[in-house]
Design a protein around this ligand. Structure first.
Ligand code: AP5
Length: 597
């Protein structure tokens, strides 16, 4: 943990992490070794030669750095973070702020390579031709450089912030093989046209290493303006080719870090972006400390009371048949759902739904936990409230009248639980978060969005009319349904009510799925798990097969992706290894799957 309190027990001088500043200064080439091992020598030399600069940029509201500033460090394991994103997505800009707040060692492969180029080393000479044409430098060169740098004492002690690496699947695999795994993989997401403008307008200060933009972040005075330089790879054509290379690699790298990845909208003011990153990193840091000290953090409501070790899964979580789910598994899903929902809402979607069917959230199973559903809703609501939105969390009330009054079993007591839940220390409840019911009258002028907790039809009662009234009143404001069940159910007499049925179904279908996760089993069973289907807006449906690796160990391998929700037949085919063009018929042992979708 880092804090500025003089009461902390263990303190250290903060040698500033490498900034772009030192990297633009030409190093005396005579003192430089000539081989690959040079990387570490140059890196060490950069560390020794870096200097302190004051933050004179009015756009960065941060504490100025002073030489000799002391940061108190706790002895807990330091943070390890990867920041990724297309060229000019703002990685370097955010790194400046992250380093200043968290004191991590910033390792930027772009900066390391540029330093090698300007020092005229053998590596630099090799890298130069790749960099100037916007291509990736060969993996072995960059990987050696990065692993050497991460093994140095300061990175080990203070933690690291890796910027621009891994940039290809083999690079990600190299880190995995060396057991170098970040706590968090941040992806900055920025539209292409903005990226091009940012690159073309970028200017660098060779003295301080600060990054400017001719329009967005102009230099503070003429003296700085005079000395600004443009990167040779910042022309429009080169940026386009860098962007294309980035896109080709992004998905495959992500598959390595799926369970620790966090996509962040990078098309906002840099201070706003940093605020989100700051709170993320603080949370991860807190979690690390809690798991080290044996304490549990907020989301421990139904754990077994023991701190669970970080699950050793990559991609989607494994051991989903172990119930209750571990804290890591639950957090994976909360975060996965949140990211998809944020993307959908940022894209202007207003009628969306989440369908997540892990055992703890599957009302058909004995292990259904209302607490997990509530935690998921809390994560969603608090996160949107954090962005300044006023969120109304709605639970349907009792339905029907007289002897027919009642409510679905799964929702009994939900509203009370919501009211008693911890909604954070800063008074979000009743200002940014309100709790209400479902219906037109629940929509207030000041509400910005609505999260509806598992709205559902009950035997003899239909929620659709209340829902429709609510969405009409909400107009263009987002309405998010979490695990709705809007299929028509028979009336209490056992007879399906047919009047208006088509319209009801049409209305239910008007909510677009922004997140889907469901486990696949043999028809009529809930064991063993055969695979999973996942979709996170705006990406494709991913079909996974569960594979036993060794006794007690399993993994999920991706079989196929689908632009639309696959039918049972398509899933069967993928499991049987048939291509999509082959004639299909859902038979044999896999015929089971078609029944459940
Ligand atoms: P590298 O230096 O890593 O370049 P990059 O990934 O293309 O990223 P950039 O440095 O261009 O952008 P950035 O995201 O840091 O954005 P910045 O904060 O500066 O790599 C260069 C080359 O080295 C590669 O092409 C490759 O050849 C080689 N290389 C590097 N790593 C490699 C690897 N692992 N494997 C192989 N080869 C490798 O911001 C950009 C501009 O936008 C600035 O002007 C800034 O002021 C502005 N800006 C930032 N944030 C905002 C905001 N929120 N709003 C408005 N403007 C903003």
């Amino acid at each position: 943990m880092l804090n500025y309190s003089p009461t902390a027990t263990h303190c250290c001088n903060v040698p500033l992490t490498p900034t772009r500043s030192s990297l633009f200064k030409s190093s005396p080439s005579s003192s430089l070794p000539n081989s690959l091992s040079f990387s570490s020598a140059l890196v060490t030399q950069q560390l020794a030669s870096r200097h302190v600069y004051a933050n004179t940029n009015p756009n960065i509201k941060s504490k100025p750095l002073h030489k000799g500033l002391k940061i108190m460090c706790s002895t807990s394991e330091p943070l390890k973070v990867v920041i990724s994103g297309a060229p000019a997505s703002g990685k370097g800009t955010q790194c400046e702020m992250i380093v200043e707040k968290f004191g991590l060692v910033h390792v930027s492969t772009g900066d390391l390579l540029r330093a090698e180029v300007s020092a005229g080393t053998e590596i630099g000479n090799k890298a130069k031709e790749y960099m100037s044409s916007g291509r990736l430098v060969p993996d072995e060169i960059v990987t050696a450089m990065v692993t050497t740098r991460l093994s140095l004492k300061d990175a080990q002690e203070k933690g690291w912030l890796l910027d621009g690496y891994p940039r290809s699947f083999p690079q990600a695999e190299s880190l995995e093989k060396k057991n170098i795994r970040p706590d968090l993989y941040i992806m900055l997401d920025v539209p292409d046209d903005i990226l091009i403008d940012r690159c073309v307008g970028r200017r660098l200060d060779p003295v301080t290493g600060r990054i400017y933009h001719i329009n967005n972040f102009p230099p503070e005075n003429d003296e700085i303006k005079e000395r600004l330089i443009t990167r040779p790879d910042d022309t429009e054509d080169k940026v386009k080719s860098r962007l294309q290379i980035y896109k080709q690699n992004a998905e495959t790298i992500l598959s390595t870090y799926l369970n620790i990845s966090k996509k962040i909208d990078g098309n906002r003011p840099k201070g706003v972006i940093f605020k989100e990153i700051d709170s993320l990193l603080s949370r991860v840091q807190k979690d690390k400390e809690a798991s080290k000290s044996g304490k549990l953090t907020i989301s421990d409501s139904h754990s077994d009371g023991k701190p669970s070790n970080k699950e050793n899964w990559r991609g989607i979580p494994t051991r989903l048949n172990n119930i209750p789910h571990s804290r890591e598994i639950r957090e994976y899903f909360y975060d996965d759902v949140l990211q998809a929902t944020q993307r959908a809402i940022n894209d202007g979607k207003t009628r969306i739904k989440v369908e997540i069917n892990i055992p703890e959230l599957n009302p058909e199973m004995d292990v259904y936990r209302i607490g997990t559903l509530m935690e998921l809703v809390r994560v969603l609501a608090l996160s949107f409230a954090d962005d300044g939105k006023r969120v109304k969390v709605c639970v349907q009330g009792s339905m029907g009248e007289g002897a027919l009054a009642g409510m679905p079993l799964q929702l009994a007591g939900t509203r009370k639980i919501l009211e008693f839940m911890d909604w954070g220390d800063y008074g979000a409840r009743d200002t940014f978060i309100k709790i209400g019911s479902i219906g037109g009258k629940e929509v207030d002028e000041q509400d910005d969005m609505f999260i509806l907790v598992a709205p559902q039809n009950a035997v003899g009662n239909c929620i659709i009319d209340d829902l429709r009234a609510m969405t009409t009143a909400a107009g263009h404001r987002p309405v998010l349904l979490v695990n709705p069940r809007l299929k028509d159910l028979p009336g209490s007499s056992g007879i399906m009510q047919t009047m208006g049925r088509e319209k009801r179904l049409e209305y239910a279908a008007s909510f677009e799925i922004c997140y889907c996760f469901r486990l696949l089993y043999y028809a009529g069973t809930q064991y063993p798990i055969m695979g999973a289907l996942r979709m996170s807006y705006p990406y494709e449906y991913e079909l996974y097969k569960r594979v036993d690796v060794s006794a007690g160990k399993e993994k999920y391998v991706i079989l196929s992706t689908f632009p639309k929700r696959p039918t049972g037949e398509e899933i069967n085919d993928a499991f049987e290894g048939k291509t999509r063009n082959e004639t299909k018929r859902a038979t044999g042992i896999w015929g089971f799957l078609s029944g459940i979708l």
